[in-house]
Design a protein around this ligand. Structure first.
Ligand code: SF4
Length: 286
């Protein structure tokens, strides 16, 4: 039976991650390169890059590199100190920091130099937040949702930014607290719309399909969220990491006519395409 397969718009990589992965992938295969930490939390992508001579290296091992070795900065970006260190080693730095994140670095650096204290709404252990904090001498106040700010002493002159993947709800909660105490408040909402747009498109699509397939890591929070949204609208929603988890028998033996597909932020296009191919294979096997 011929089925219609619809891939949700904005599935998979956001602009910044795609740019970083493309930077690491589109190179001469002979040339050895390094990424500072895994370019993305997807083992398939990391293994594929290793096959083309791109290896992840941690900052603690940076001394093992030779002058002029190429190191790629991933989309999360890094602190000023890390950038200075890489420069001091005379490495060939390819900066694939997402331009939206670089913009936050610049703003935080400028306002910090103008005497503002910096507050970041986000997860203090997330590499992006660690990087941003490194553009204001690691002096930022970091809060997830403001619940720890109620009793804290808030600086009078404050610039607030957010992790790009933070929830609007947390941003609003924090601002509602700061507004009561700050004398001079600069609020730069740096939340990126990529996640929200991906979720909205998945929601719209899941309302009109017989089967919705969400592709992504089982431990990935953005993939789990996509799954929950789709499941609310389409009871027949599957969460798979790749095409090997999709059974041809399952597809063959149903009267599913329209299949929707979306994918989490760490899922490359080629994994999405392999799922599509598997569905087509099931059609042929009928
Ligand atoms: S800022 Fe947006 S586009 Fe850039 S890496 Fe983060 S989520 Fe992706």
């Amino acid at each position: 039976m011929k089925r219609e397969i619809i891939i949700a718009k904005n599935s998979g990589f956001c602009f910044g991650v795609k740019r970083a992965v493309d930077t690491a992938s589109n190179k001469n295969i002979q040339e050895k390169m390094y990424t500072l930490g895994p370019i993305i939390h997807n083992n398939d992508v990391v293994s594929k890059l290793e096959e083309s001579n791109v290896f992840s290296i941690e900052l603690s091992k940076i001394d093992s590199l030779n002058e002029s070795d190429t190191i790629i900065i991933r989309s999360h970006g890094v602190s000023k100190a890390v950038m200075d260190l890489l420069n001091s080693k005379n490495l060939n730095i390819v900066d694939a920091t997402c331009p939206y994140v670089t913009n936050i670095h610049k703003k935080v650096h400028d306002y910090h130099n103008q005497g503002y204290s910096i507050l970041i709404v986000g997860d203090k252990n997330h590499p992006e937040v660690v990087g941003i904090n490194g553009w204001c001498s690691n002096e930022a106040i970091i809060t997830k949702d403001g619940s720890d700010l109620e009793t804290a002493e808030i600086p009078k002159k404050l610039c607030v930014v957010s992790q790009t993947t933070e929830k609007q709800e947390n941003w609003q909660k924090v601002l509602s607290i700061l507004i009561k105490t700050s004398k001079e408040l600069v609020a730069l909402n740096t939340i990126c719309s990529a996640t929200e747009v991906r979720q909205k498109n998945a929601m719209v699509l899941s309302k009109k399909v017989d089967l919705m397939i969400v592709i992504g890591g089982k431990h990935s929070s953005n993939t789990t969220k996509l799954f929950e949204i789709c499941k609310e609208n389409c009871n027949n929603t599957l969460l798979i990491e790749n095409e090997t988890e999709l059974s041809i028998d399952f597809l063959k033996n149903t009267d599913i006519r329209i299949i929707g597909i979306t994918a989490g932020a760490s899922t490359p296009d080629w994994i999405i395409n392999q799922v599509v191919d598997k569905i087509k294979l099931a059609e042929k096997a009928e």
